[in-house]
Design a protein around this ligand. Structure first.
Ligand code: TXA
Ligand code: MG
Length: 351
C-alpha cells in the first residue's frame, strides 16, 4: 500500500479529521475504551482501507459507531425490546450490540454476516467527530491486527503511522479495554466479548444474558468471528499463571527463563511486586482490588514488554468475576495457549 503522511491532530483540529473522513480516508480517534480506526461505514473503498492498514482478516466484522439512538434504525433492526433496555441503560458507553443488518451496510463491514455490531461511544471527542462528520464510523481497535489494542495516541502512531491519514490525539483512554459485545439477534442474548459493561450489570438489566465468551463456550463455532484469532500479543512470549497466590510457580518460571539468558518480565499486582525475582522487569498492574486501574494499564504494560525488548513475560492471573472477566479474557488471548495452573503443579513444586 502507498505510504501516507500521517497527521497527528489535536481535538481543536477536529475540522481536519472531519474533512479526511468525509473524503474517504481513515482516521484514528479516541474512545472511552480504546482508540478506534475510523472510516465512513457506508463507503466500501474507505472500509477496504481499514482492513489494509490493520492487516485484518476480511471475515472479521467491524463495529459501527453512531452519534445518537434515533439514527440506528438506518443501519440496523428490528430489535427486541430487551435490546432497547440495554441501549437505555448503557449508551453512550462501552457496550456493542449485534443487531440485524440493514441493506445499506456493506458486507465488508459485517464480514459477510447478516448482522451488524453497533455502539454509541461516550468519549466527548468521539461524539464530536460523529456529530460534526455526520457519518456512521466503522472502527475496529486502531492496532495492527494481533497486537495489543491502543490506549494512547502514541500506541496508534507506533503501529500505523505511514498507513493511515491521521491520528486524533485525545490522551489516555479512560477504560482501557474494548467494549462488551452482546448478540441481541437471538434469545437468550449472548455476551460474545466481555468488556466495559460487566456480565453482572447486563444480567441485572435484562434477564437471561448468557456468557458466550468463556473457555467452554469458545469450543463451539465462534459466533463473533474475532474470537478465533490470536490477539493482544506483544512480541515477547506471554505466559499466564493462574491459581498461584504466593507466586511460587511464577517465580520458578521467571528464574528458569533467566537462567537460559532471557530478558524476563513479571506482570503482577502491586502487593506482589516485592516477590518478583531480582533482575526481572516489574510490570506493576496496580492494586489487586482496583480492577479499573488494572484494566486501564493492561494493554500499555503488554506494549512496554516490547519497548524493553523482553523475551518472556509471566503474568499473574486474577479472579474471573466482574471486570476480572474482561481482563482475564484479554490475558488468555495474549498468552495463546501458554497457561500454567499453580494448583496442578503444586505437588511438584512442594518437593
Ligand atoms: O471498544 C471497542 O469495541 C473498540 C472501540 C474502537 O469502539 N472497537 C473494537 O473493535 O474493539 P474490534 O474490531 O477490535 O473488535 C470488534 C469485535 C470483534 O471481536 C468482532 O468479531 C466483533 O466485535 N463483531 C463485530 N461485528 C460483529 C457481528 N456482526 N457479529 C458478531 N461479532 C461481531
Ligand atoms: Mg481489536
Amino acid at each position: 500500500m502507498p505510504r501516507l503522511e500521517t497527521k497527528l491532530l489535536t481535538p481543536d483540529q477536529m475540522a481536519d479529521a472531519v474533512r479526511l473522513l468525509q473524503a474517504g480516508e481513515v482516521v484514528a480517534f479516541p474512545t472511552e475504551t480504546v482508540y478506534g480506526l475510523g472510516a465512513n461505514a457506508l463507503d466500501t473503498d474507505a472500509i477496504a482501507k481499514i482492513f489494509a492498514a490493520k492487516g485484518r482478516p476480511s471475515d472479521n466484522p467491524l463495529i459501527v459507531h453512531v452519534y445518537q439512538r434515533s439514527q440506528i434504525h438506518q443501519i440496523a433492526g428490528p430489535w427486541d425490546s430487551d435490546a432497547g433496555k440495554l441501549m437505555n441503560a448503557f449508551w453512550p458507553g462501552p457496550l456493542t450490540l449485534v443487531l440485524p443488518k440493514q441493506e445499506v451496510v456493506p458486507v465488508s463491514v459485517s464480514g459477510g454476516l447478516a448482522t451488524v455490531a453497533v455502539r454509541i461511544p461516550s468519549h466527548p471527542v468521539a461524539l464530536r467527530l460523529l456529530e460534526e462528520s455526520a457519518l456512521f464510523l466503522a472502527a475496529p481497535s486502531a492496532n495492527v491486527s494481533g497486537r495489543p489494542s491502543p490506549t494512547r495516541a502514541e500506541h496508534v502512531w507506533n503501529d500505523l503511522h505511514g498507513r493511515i491519514a491521521a491520528v486524533l490525539d485525545g490522551g489516555l483512554c479512560g477504560f482501557g479495554l474494548e467494549s462488551s459485545v452482546v448478540d441481541c439477534t437471538e434469545k437468550p442474548f449472548r455476551l460474545l466479548r466481555p468488556g466495559g459493561v460487566t456480565l453482572e450489570a447486563l444480567q441485572a438489566c435484562v434477564s437471561g444474558v448468557i456468557d458466550g465468551s468463556s473457555a467452554a463456550a469458545s469450543d463451539e463455532a465462534p459466533r463473533s468471528p474475532g474470537m478465533k484469532y490470536q490477539h493482544y500479543a506483544p512480541t515477547a512470549a506471554v505466559t499466564l499463571v493462574i491459581h498461584d497466590p504466593q507466586l511460587r510457580l511464577l517465580r520458578a518460571r521467571v528464574e528458569t527463563a533467566q537462567s537460559l539468558g532471557q530478558r524476563v518480565g513479571a506482570m503482577v499486582v502491586s502487593e506482589n511486586v516485592a516477590l518478583v525475582p531480582a533482575g526481572a522487569m516489574v510490570l506493576d498492574m496496580g492494586p489487586r482490588d482496583d480492577l479499573s486501574r488494572i484494566a486501564q494499564s493492561l494493554f500499555h504494560l503488554l506494549r512496554e514488554a516490547d519497548a524493553y525488548s523482553l523475551d518472556a513475560v509471566f503474568v499473574e492471573g486474577l479472579p474471573e468475576t466482574a471486570l476480572g472477566r474482561a481482563i482475564m479474557n484479554r490475558l488468555r488471548k495474549a498468552a495463546g495457549g501458554r497457561i500454567l495452573n499453580g494448583h496442578e503443579t503444586q505437588g511438584a513444586d512442594e518437593r
